[in-house]
Design a protein around this ligand. Structure first.
Ligand code: ADP
Ligand code: MG
Length: 681
């Protein structure tokens, strides 16, 4: 027609389209060419031969050699997907998503079609999917529905060296099914050299080594320990940036979590502003587990000429993701890890020193494309004398209740004789059994109960699943799944911009009106948002993270679907806060604490001193008895997400766990009459 639209002639548009197509084509050609430059490429044929000849193969290759992105494609090209999917597990959700996105580009297909990913609460696959990247936890859950993994022709347990809890359990399960499924190929891939151990475990499976290219890395230590590693990391990054020519390489900084990364980002932005135009632009790229998908791709974009990139990453950049172009690594030497005390059954997130193995992996990230430099923000003495050689596998430092529940639902009863690569402490297994018994998921013979069977359907921690199952009794399942979803998003809900802190705090206080406690406040946030028809504007006005809320809505939708599966009716009872809190207590009664005279708390069952987290709505209220969602150890052991409870609920809900003497208000007896605050109950 030749009509003019927005100043562009349609004929030109057609040409433009052609032009864009040709660009896309050449971009794809470049991707294909890049595939051939990866260290694994020369071994394509011998690798395929090895897979053909052996049922189980251990594959070792440095980070960035192409294990994750290439090997599943090779197998697909060789026809393995005609018999079933290729599943490739990753310990981290971001890695699963990002690698799937990359592979779909390389294969020139839409993400979610031939190449997809599956992570908790997000299934991006379809009937077409033949290459499925997934978290190790998701594959574990798939066993529940398909105990022989019949829909897979190949399972690749990737990043095996990470030894996450789910990966360790998968080892036992896949080893077992490989025995009666001779057609199933099993690949165990790892970035480190402890492959012998994997080989031994898998009945002396052969080891396939992909020789890496590694350039020398210069290691620098600090002369004295750093008092503030975050500040030291920022100063070091800026020093590199202003003293080294920009074209010469990017910087990777290892930090421990989202909050730390956001702080560093803010400080870096602030300090680079004052640098003047002579200094090159510093592009700041954060990457952590809960980073929104749209922003994840940024770290992989090539650095524009004349600028420098600084990637602020959690441990995810240690081996899970390879970022090209890194020349400088800054390693403060810390990682956020779960720690678990099997004696008390308490679990806590803790910032701990890394292992030597980890430190060396981190350093290695700087020497992929040329000689690199690593700045360790600790002393050489620290490195040699204080760091452990290896990170303790997660199975030996975590609460096992979740895994025990899964194994029990798979019909595996004899847990002490399960084929663990490294067995968990017997004490931790016992604690898990005890907790599941206390939650009525197991009977006294250790068998799964009806309640336990329902709980196992939910991809949640047993205490959270129990809270949901219990909501059936208290007729408030609608409210409880909203709370469960809000507790599961993993990222913060409220935000607090520096220049509007007072407004943000006020908006937040609204939800805490009447000192309802954090759980009910979360519910109020969700319900209010729902009432506005999920308005984005409303989120802005109330200083609420839209993204977190959307995620909560997705999770909630899925929990609603699961309710139906376990035949729990969706019942709403918004006015009955006591019913809601009793449901919460039904799951979380082991997390109860009682206030002490000085405003600290003492956990009831295994006495330990804890505090209400300052972000809690009850931080100033200090109710006498509380139930909490989790403990985080920063400067003190803090309870996060706290609600008030009545002590008599504990005996009513968990008579097998609490005796009257546990909850008797001793203080009110000892104190002169009238002083005890318990009188208000
Ligand atoms: P390995 O698993 O052996 O560590 P990968 O297969 O993950 O190696 O990486 C091979 C190459 O693919 C690396 O050069 C990396 O930069 C690139 N790559 C991987 N994921 C992405 C992504 N999401 N975006 C861009 N490049 C990627
Ligand atoms: Mg990999």
């Amino acid at each position: 027609q030749g009509q003019v639209m927005g100043g562009v002639n349609v004929d030109d548009e057609v040409n433009e389209e052609e032009y864009e197509k040709s660009i896309a084509k050449s971009a794809h050609e470049k991707l294909l060419a890049d595939r051939k430059t990866l260290p694994v490429y020369p071994y394509r044929e011998s690798l395929l031969k090895a897979v053909e000849d052996h049922q189980v193969l251990v594959i070792v290759g440095e980070t960035g050699s192409g294990k994750t992105t290439q090997i599943p494609q090779y197998l697909h090209e060789a026809g393995y997907t005609k018999r079933g999917m290729i599943g490739c597990t990753q310990p981290r959700r971001v890695a699963a998503m990002s690698v799937a996105a990359r592979v779909s580009q390389e294969m020139n297909v839409k993400l979610g079609h031939e190449v997809g990913y599956s992570i908790r609460f997000e299934d991006c696959t379809s009937d077409k999917t033949v290459l499925k990247y997934m978290t190790d936890g998701m594959l574990l859950r798939e066993f529940l529905g398909e105990p022989d993994l019949q829909s897979y022709s190949v399972v690749m347990v990737d990043e095996a060296h990470e030894r996450t809890l789910s990966t360790d359990i998968l080892f036992g399960l896949v080893k077992d099914i490989a025995r009666f499924r001779p057609d199933l190929k099993l690949l165990i891939s790892s970035a480190t050299l402890d492959a012998e151990k994997f080989s031994d475990y898998f009945d002396s499976a052969p080891i396939f080594k992909i020789p890496g290219r590694r350039f020398p890395v210069e290691i620098n230590y600090t002369k004295a320990p750093e008092a503030d590693y975050l500040d030291a990391a920022i100063v070091t990054a800026l020093q590199i940036h202003v003293t080294q020519p920009p074209g010469d390489g990017d910087i990777l900084v290892f930090l421990t979590g989202q909050e730390e990364i956001e702080t560093a980002e803010e400080i870096l932005k602030h300090r680079t502003r004052g640098l003047g135009s002579k200094i090159a632009e510093l592009i700041i790229c954060p990457i952590y587990a809960n980073l929104p998908t749209e922003l994840q791709a940024k770290i992989f974009e090539p650095t524009p000429e004349g600028a420098r990139k600084v990637v602020l990453a959690t441990n995810i950049a240690e081996t899970s993701l390879t970022i090209d172009g890194i020349k400088y690594v800054i390693d403060p030497g810390f990682v956020k890890m779960k720690s678990y005390n099997p004696r008390t059954g308490m679990e806590s997130l803790l910032i701990t020193p890394i292992s030597k193995a980890s430190a060396n992996q981190r350093a290695g990230r700087s020497g992929r494309t040329g000689p690199g430099k690593c700045f360790r923000l600790y002393t050489a003495y620290n490195y040699f004398n204080d760091l452990d050689d290896n990170t303790v596998p997660e199975i030996q430092r975590t609460n096992l209740a979740n895994v025990v529940l899964s194994l029990k639902s798979l019909g595996i009863h004899d847990l002490l004789n399960f084929d663990f690569m490294d067995p968990p402490p017997a004490e931790a297994l016992l604690k898990a059994l005890e907790l599941l018994f206390a939650l009525s998921a197991l009977n006294k013979h250790g068998e799964l109960t009806k309640v336990g069977r329902k709980m196992a359907e939910f991809p949640l921690d047993p205490m959270l699943s129990k809270m949901i199952v219990a909501s059936d009794k208290y007729k408030c399942s609608d409210e409880i799944i909203s709370i469960a979803a809000m507790l599961s998003i993993g990222s913060s809900i409220f935000y607090r911009p520096k220049d509007k802190q007072v407004h943000a705090d006020n908006a937040r206080l609204n939800f805490h009106m009447g000192n309802v406690g954090d759980h009910i406040a979360l519910l109020k946030v969700y319900s209010s948002w729902k009432e506005t028809n999920f308005s984005t504007q409303w989120c802005y006005e109330n200083y609420i993270q839209v993204r977190s809320m959307k995620r909560a809505r997705d999770i909630r939708d899925q929990l609603e679907g699961l309710l139906e599966r376990v035949e729990i009716e969706l019942v709403s009872n918004p006015g009955d806060l006591e019913a809601i809190k009793k449901s919460i207590t039904s799951g979380y009664f082991p997390h109860s604490a009682k206030m002490q005279k000085n405003g600290s708390y003492r956990t009831v069952k295994h006495p330990q001193t804890v505090y209400i987290h300052p972000s809690s709505g009850l931080a100033q209220v200090l109710p006498r008895w509380v139930v909490y969602h989790e403990l985080v150890l920063t400067t003190k052991e803090y309870m996060r997400q706290v609600s008030e409870l009545k002590p008599e609920w504990l005996v009513e809900i968990a008579p097998h766990y609490y005796q009257l003497k546990d909850v008797e208000d001793l203080a009110s007896k000892k104190m002169p009459r009238g002083e005890g605050r318990a009188s208000k109950d």
